[in-house]
Design a protein. Structure first.
Length: 71
């Protein structure tokens, strides 16, 4: 998809919810209009934390195997 963007975390091996959510929120702010989020595992938590900050930026979400713990 030409409009799809992957949001990479600076340290993908160490889950850090506030930092990961900030990275996702920055991507949401840079997007042109509401977006669909596709996330997996701990990325689901980060995506939903970011979406809670910027609900108008999110059209919907597809969450795969959300993590059941924060850390």
């Amino acid at each position: 998809e030409p409009h799809a963007r992957r949001v990479d975390q600076a340290d993908a091996t160490t889950p850090d919810l506030p930092r990961w959510a900030d990275t996702v929120a920055a991507a949401l702010q840079a997007a042109h209009g509401p977006v669909w989020i596709v996330a997996h595992s701990f990325g689901c938590l980060a995506a939903m934390a970011a979406a809670a900050q910027l609900p108008a930026a999110v059209a919907g979400a597809f969450l795969v195997a959300p993590a059941d713990q924060i850390g």
